[in-house]
Ligand binder design. Structure first.
Ligand code: HEM
Length: 480
């Protein structure tokens, strides 16, 4: 009996497999790695560096549209092709994300970037879409100032010796976004912040291991594994990290309601009629989405400036011209808007090191792209990093001048997309850019940055781009 059932099962699975292969015949027009290569990639142990290099190498080897059957019955296309970017990312219809995004929900909360319930996403995106505008930033420049001063104190304690920018700025990014969103300065709460940062690190490792295992991806099976206990511990820690402050802030607001015109972020959320659980979920996600990304951007920017003394001098001269020689003068929003070269440095950093190098969409319905009809139920993995390499001359070189207005007009439409594009693009892009420009203007006026000889970055990451072997530089006090 067992053998009969097994034979029937194998027959049905094989039949289904060939049905799927036939259904997705159209993708056979595109090149891609062989089944054996993918099998090896899926099954062999790998690090975030291997995985990043593998996806980058696929576009280099096969071009802007690569067919990869990551899963046995559902194809994925890895693309950096402009036609796909235009037809999918810019369309109002194709805003769906793969279901496996919800795997990280327990840790980061079911907030905008990972929401798969599209009706709920549309409703909540409307609420958040316009919050992080220029006025929000102007109101919060004082928060940037306070945290920049604290960061500079930490740097002063570590002068003239190698310091890893990633470690330094991860904490800074977290402190600042927590303050912007929850109105609490956690920079003195070392134990609490360390616990949270440790759980982020552990969770990312567990998540990486899980999404690359055909078995562990299943909830029921995962609950039986040794990792499950650590996974739930990280999720509890992450929830508590945000919820403890949120509860306190809401209680205070109930006791003494804010009567002034200046509304903070929580006031806006409470007015929006979102339930407590939805406010908490969105805040948990925003804390992560708004800290790791900006930390990645600022770390790579300072690292590149340390390695390009001529650009460091040029950016410094911009600060002298706009802010004068008094280091204690902080940049205001209007000053930041005038910093053209700093903007170019920021954009070039985002081109070479996009904090989110790959993003997913799922095509639900059949769709025409470039004259071909693609059946529904395909995952599209957009390689932002490949678009940023294949559409620029001398792509591996750090050349901020390519973003000067007279040169930027030559960049092909939709080829530059560090914040994604279209209806599901980043809602925090203005905050991210202004925060970075502010930080550079403060740090470069107080310190000079110096490279560590022979350090070669090892890029890694499928979610947030990092350098596996750190981004060390040396800070010295600026004396001019
Ligand atoms: C340099 C900084 C940043 C970069 C490079 C960046 C990049 C991105 C990218 C590529 C996406 C699209 C993801 C996708 O399509 O799957 C995204 C979405 C998002 N980002 Fe950012 N981000 C940055 C900063 C921020 C900040 C500061 C916040 C908020 C405080 C934020 C909040 C969000 C949210 C909520 C979404 C989801 C939007 C949606 O799905 O409707 N980001 N970001």
């Amino acid at each position: 009996m067992f053998w009969v059932l097994l034979t029937i099962l194998i027959f049905v699975v094989t039949l289904y497999y060939f049905y799927q292969v036939n259904k997705y015949k159209i993708i056979d027009d595109y090149p891609g790695p062989s089944a054996l290569e993918l099998f090896k990639f899926n099954l062999l142990p790998k690090s975030t560096v291997d995985s990043y290099n593998y996806f980058v190498s696929l576009n280099k080897k096969y071009g802007p549209v690569v067919k990869i059957w990551l899963k046995p019955f559902k194809p994925t296309l890895l693309v950096s092709d402009g036609k796909f970017i235009k037809s999918i990312l810019l369309s109002k219809e194709h805003v769906h994300k793969p279901r496996y995004y919800s795997l990280s929900e327990g840790f980061i909360g079911n907030g905008l970037p990972i929401m798969t319930d599209i009706n709920l996403w549309r409703e909540e995106r409307k609420i958040f879409g316009h919050v992080f505008n220029n006025q929000f930033i102007i109101d919060y420049i004082s928060t940037f100032k306070r945290h920049a001063r604290k960061l500079s104190e930490s740097i002063n304690e570590n002068l003239n010796q190698p310091i890893d920018l990633q470690i330094l700025l991860l904490r800074y990014g977290l402190n600042i976004v927590y303050d912007l969103l929850l109105n609490e300065d956690i920079s003195k709460q070392d134990d609490r912040v360390n616990r949270y940062m440790e759980s982020v690190k552990i969770f990312l490792e567990l998540h990486f291991d899980r999404i690359h295992s055909p078995l562990k991806i299943n909830d029921t099976i995962y609950k039986l594994t040794n990792n499950y206990k650590s996974w739930t511990k990280c999720c509890d820690e992450a929830r508590e990290f945000v919820e403890s402050t949120l509860k306190k802030v809401i209680k205070l607001k109930k006791e003494s309601p804010n009567k002034s015109d200046r509304k903070d972020f929580i006031d806006l959320l409470l007015e929006s009629n979102l339930s407590y659980e939805r406010i908490l979920a969105q805040l948990r996600t925003l804390v992560i989405a708004g800290s790791d990304t900006v930390s990645s951007l600022t770390s790579f920017a300072l690292y590149e400036l340390a390695n390009h003394p001529e650009l460091q001098e040029k950016i410094y001269q911009e600060y002298i011209a706009i802010l004068g020689v008094d280091k204690n003068v902080f940049a205001e929003f209007r000053d930041i808007q005038q910093m053209t070269f700093t903007e170019c440095v920021t954009k070039e950093t985002l081109r070479l090191f996009p904090p989110g190098p790959f993003i997913f969409r799922t095509l639900i319905n059949p769709t025409e792209i470039g004259g071909k009809i693609f059946p529904g139920n395909i995952d599209i993995l957009f390689s932002i990093i490949d678009s940023h390499y294949s559409n620029f001359d001398n792509p591996t070189e750090f050349i901020p001048e390519r973003f000067l207005p007279e040169n930027a007009v030559k960049i092909p439409a939709n080829a530059y997309l560090p914040f994604s594009l279209g209806p599901r693009d980043c809602i925090g892009k203005t905050v991210g850019i202004v925060e970075t420009k502010f930080l550079l203007s403060y740090i470069i006026r107080h310190f000079t940055l110096h490279p560590i000889s022979n350090h070669e970055k090892e890029l890694a990451g499928e979610i947030i781009l990092t350098s596996k072997n750190g981004l060390p530089i040396i800070f010295k006090k600026r004396i001019d």
